[in-house]
Design a protein around this ligand. Sequence first.
Ligand code: NAG
Ligand code: NAG
Length: 265
Amino acid sequence: MRSLYLVALAILLMLSSAAARSNTFRAAGVPDPSVYYKGRFTNNLNWVDYLNETLARKHEVQVRNYAWGGASACLSNVSTILFPYVKDLAEQVEDLLADVKAGLLPKRRNAKLLPIIWIGTNDVQFALAAAARLGALPTPGAIGALIGSIVTCRLEAVKTLAAGLGAAARDIVLMPMVPLYTAPAVPDFLKPQPPAAPPQDAPSPPCFIYPSSTLTITPGVVPCKDPNDRAFYDNLHVSTRFHEWFATQGLLPRLQQLRLLPTAV
Ligand SMILES: *[C@@H]1O[C@H](CO)[C@@H](O)[C@H](O)[C@H]1NC(C)=O
Ligand SMILES: *[C@@H]1O[C@H](CO)[C@@H](O)[C@H](O)[C@H]1NC(C)=O
C-alpha cells in the first residue's frame, strides 16, 4: 500500500467557512455548537473530512486543516478588528510551513505532500458589506480592484509556499473560487440574469437563516428537520450532503485525473 499524505489548506467564512473544522471553534467557541456540527460550518462533516475519509479507507493519509472560519485571502480589517484570533491566508501558510519545518508534515519519508488552497468568499463579502454601510453598490472599478487583490493574495500564498516547501512538495492545488452568487444570502438582483430555471430545478430554500455572523452566537435559531434535502444549511453555508458530493464527485475525480491522488479509493 502506497503511503500518501494530504494536506488541506483552506480559508473562509460565510459561504466559505465550509472547510474550516475546529480552529475557530477552539479559539472562540463558534460557530454555535447547538446549530453547527463540532466546529464545522454545516450540519455534519465537511468536504475536507469526506476527502480524508474516502482516501483513508485504502491509503495512509495525514490531513491537516489550516482553515479558519472568518478568514480572508487578503488581510482584512473586519477580521483583524472584530475577530483578531482568526488567521488569514498568509498566516495559515506560515502555520503549514512551520509544521513542515518541525517535521510534522509529512511524518514519513517518501510521502507525498499536497497543499490544497481553497478560499471562500469572505473577501468579497467584507467588501460588499463595507459598500452596503456606505449605502451603495461597489463601482465596477472597485470590483475589478477587489478581484485583482484576491488573485494577488492567493498567488503570494502560492509563491511563499513553493519557496518554503522547496523539494518537499511537487504540486500545489489552487482551487477556483466558490460560486458565491448561488448563496441564498445574495439578493436576487445580484444573481445572473435571467434565472430561467424551471420550477422543479429552483434551488431549495436554506434550512434556516442565521441572523448574524456565524462567528457570533445568536440564541433561538432552530434548524429545519431536513437539511440534507437542501443545498444550503444556512444562508451562506452548504449542507453536509453537498459537502460529500463536492468531495467525492467533484474534487477527488479531478485530482485523480491530474494524477495527484491515487485512483484506487
Ligand atoms: C481521517 O480519517 C480517519 C479515518 O476515518 C480518521 O481516523 C482521522 O482522524 C481523520 N483525520 C482527520 C484530520 O480528520
Ligand atoms: C474597514 O475599513 C473600511 C474602509 O476603510 C471601513 O469602512 C470599515 O468600517 C472598516 N471596518 C471595520 C470593522 O472597522
